[in-house]
Design a protein around this ligand. Structure first.
Ligand code: NAD
Length: 500
């Protein structure tokens, strides 16, 4: 399959940012990595190097943690008037908005995602998250406790910032994932060290610049670009880090838990998924087919909540397979910056090889390739959007997270909701599920039976700053977004005073 990879001109501000000498942000200063190492950042659609960033490692993490500790213990941030902290977060959101065209281009060229989506989804979503959490500092209240002997005791709780927080994020939604972590942590009064993915560090660097401009004090927001097994591991192990918030694969999530044992730091994890989308025979099929196709192909399938297991009742199975395959064939592959593109490349050569491995495995284990099933284009990390039919629970493609535009369709005969839920719950993950039906009873009974942190009814990859996000089972620990996110960044202190 040939692809015309047309890379339109960038805004001057984007080109200037790419050409910069990027550094690490430690204690309010931009500094080079102590090892002198650098990382080349690629455009995944053309394989060209577009920027160079620092390869921070253990020594740089050491300095960043020291700065964050100082800022937490003696700096103004945790003690600041809540309205002042709120103002700075709101100002940061305004600055992101002012620079949203540049940010959208950086995100599109770094990840490979369609610019149109970066403009309408990734950047506005990140801005909305900063605005949502700008409302939090003034609402971080504890409780007055109804004591057993009123008059003898007065008891209450206070929510205090947890301290120095390490935040490690993946490459699929770089600025969105940064906003989910940075905004609630700063709102709670914590100080942070953010480590973006080595593959996609660009918007995190721009976010850090804008945070300084918004008035976040030195040492509060530190940024170390670097590899996972050096900078990331050093942060996860560090004994003066009070908490690690991690988003990434389940495999690395388990390493984070092991690394946290030294000082029993708090850990929250947003990990992988293999989310079911279940279409019932009574569903609005046009809506369900378009919605479940988007659930898997959005962001090239590199979405933790992607609807990668599609269940269709046997009476509608053929129509669903045909409809999703048509939707796949209608996607326009190309450079993310090309406004005609609806499916960009995968993020890296390694990711493309991983997806190719699953094409082979699916074929070997007897899946029917209805459409796709191969790489695409002569350069860039493109793969064809792929529909695998006649799949079953014993196949690796059905059990493992592929993280590419590959959907496994399975049919079911059963009309018993218990049996359907059991079928849908049959993986180690529990991040998201969607239920496609016109029947309220089916929708809500299924919502109660599915073991997942998020359920969509006639929608799949829904996200919203106030809607908690996270996973059951091996999809993670804790909930980001919404008021639950503040629990990740606060300790509860209980105070009792004897009055009599
Ligand atoms: P990854 O686990 O390879 O890397 C994630 C981050 O961890 C990167 O910054 C990486 O440098 C760092 N890292 C790697 N090894 C490390 C180590 N030993 N110690 C500390 N840090 C380390 O994941 P990825 O490939 O960047 O992202 C894809 C994965 O992320 C998928 O599994 C996807 O489902 C998951 N994800 C989950 C969510 C969610 O909210 N549940 C959101 C987005 C992505």
């Amino acid at each position: 399959m040939k692809i015309d990879v047309i890379r339109p001109a960038l805004l001057p501000a984007t080109s200037a940012f790419l050409a910069k000498q990027h550094k690490l942000l430690i204690d309010g200063n931009w500094v080079a990595a102590s090892s002198g190492g650098t990382i080349a950042v690629e455009d995944p659609a053309t394989e060209e190097v577009i920027a160079t960033v620092q390869a921070g490692d253990r020594q740089d993490i050491e300095e960043a943690v020291k700065a964050a500790r100082r800022a937490f213990e003696t700096g103004p941030w945790p003690k600041m008037k809540p309205t002042d902290r709120a103002k700075i977060l709101w100002r940061l959101a305004d600055l992101l908005e002012q620079h949203s065209d540049q940010l959208a281009e950086l995100e599109a060229i770094d990840v490979g995602k369609p610019l149109k989506k970066a403009r309408t989804d990734d950047i506005p979503d990140a801005i909305a998250v900063f605005r949502y959490f700008a409302g939090a500092p003034t609402r971080l209240t504890g409780d007055t406790i109804p004591v057993s002997s009123p008059g003898d005791y007065h008891a209450y709780t206070v929510k205090e910032p947890i301290g120095v927080v390490g935040q490690i994020i993946p490459w699929n939604y770089p600025i969105t994932m940064a906003s989910w972590k940075v905004a609630p942590a700063l709102a709670a009064g914590c100080t942070i060290i953010l480590k973006p993915s080595e593959l996609t560090p660009l918007t995190a660097l721009r976010l850090a610049e804008l945070a300084l401009e918004a008035g976040v004090p030195a040492g509060v927001f530190n940024l170390v670009t670097g590899y996972g097994d050096t900078a990331g591991a050093a942060l996860a192990e560090h004994r003066d880090v009070d908490k690690i918030a991690f988003t990434g694969s389940t495999t690395v999530g388990k390493r984070i838990v092991q690394a946290s044992v030294g000082n029993l730091k708090r850990v929250s994890l947003e990990l992988g998924g293999k989310s079911p989308a279940i279409i019932f025979p009574d569903a609005d099929l046009d809506l369900a087919i378009a919605g479940t196709a988007d659930a898997i192909f959005y962001n090239q399938g590199q979405t933790c909540t992607a609807g990668s297991r599609l269940f269709a009742h046997s009476s509608i199975y053929d129509r669903v397979v045909e409809g999703v395959a048509d939707a796949a064939s209608n996607l326009k592959l190309g450079h993310g910056l090309d406004l005609k593109t609806t499916l960009g490349p995968l993020v890296s050569r390694k990711q493309r090889e991983r997806v190719q491995g699953y094409f082979a495995s699916g074929r070997e284990q007897g899946a029917e390739v209805v459409t796709g099933g191969d790489v695409a284009g002569e350069r860039g990390y493109f793969v064809q959007p792929t529909v695998l039919a006649q799949t079953n629970r014993n196949m690796r493609v059905v059990q493992e997270e592929i993280f590419g535009p590959v959907v496994c369709v399975q049919s079911y005969e059963d009309d018993e909701l218990d049996a359907i839920a059991k079928f849908a719950n049959d993986t180690i993950y529990g991040l998201r599920a969607s239920i496609w039906t016109r029947d309220l009873r089916t929708a809500h009974i299924m919502a109660s039976k599915i073991k997942a942190g998020g359920i969509g009814i006639n929608t799949h990859n829904y996200a919203e700053p106030a809607w908690p996000f996270g996973g059951y089972k091996q999809s993670g620990w804790g909930r980001e977004l919404g008021k639950d996110a503040l629990d990740l960044y606060t300790e509860v202190k209980a105070v009792a005073a004897k009055l009599s």
